[in-house]
Design a binder for this molecule. Sequence first.
Ligand code: DX5
Ligand code: ZN
Length: 240
Amino acid sequence: MSPSPPHLPKAHPGYTADVAIQISPSILSADFAHLADEAAAVPTADWLHVDVMDGHFVPNLTLGLPVVESLARAAATPLDCHLMIEDPDRWAPAYAEAGAGSVTIHAKAASAPVRTLREIRRQGARAGLALNPAEPVDPYADLLGEMDMLLLMTVEPGFGGQKFLDLVLPKIRRARELMDERGAAVWLQVDGGVSDETIERAAEAGADVFVAGSAVYGAQDPAGAVDSLRAQAERVSKLA
Ligand code: DX5
Ligand code: ZN
């Protein structure tokens, strides 16, 4: 399931395309005054998840392009930018250009998702499409070939520290089924409430990329938390 070369994440020495389980700590729960240090605190993470919120698509405001540009230069781990913004068609390619290795847009915020996903790839990043807990996956089955990652939100987007929504589990299974049927080399990411208590359920259902904010940066030992999450997911995952 190796992605084609233009979509490989940038500048990540430890990256191998055939890893099954990946952990993407969310810096939303980190100390924003020391982002480079917080990135370095999770050296075994596959990605750094960067939540871009505009105060419109979600009722919270975080950071934007200048911060992503600086962090991409300062961090050894590639950036997994999750855009919770209106009009991603206009802004998403710039995040790829700013150095993000992966850029995810929300399906319901995009007016031309196919064009935007293609544009993200053209800028050299992996392209992701996100669905909120209430949005079904089946309508997007034909778009699987246009994306490198499908993000299924396991909380309503906007804030860290919320409770994992078990009601999303059947959709994770369904998404994995659609990917298998179509032979699509698409990563399946879950985001929201992922912790030692919930990661096994999500991995068992077929997720392979796990975002964790409070479970990593709220821990005494963030690096240890990454390793423990990975070990739990690997134990139950049916993926190679
Ligand atoms: C929520 C964000 C998440 C958030 C997850 O809208 O997309 O990435 O940081 O935080 P936890 O892991 O604490 O639920
Ligand atoms: Zn996120």
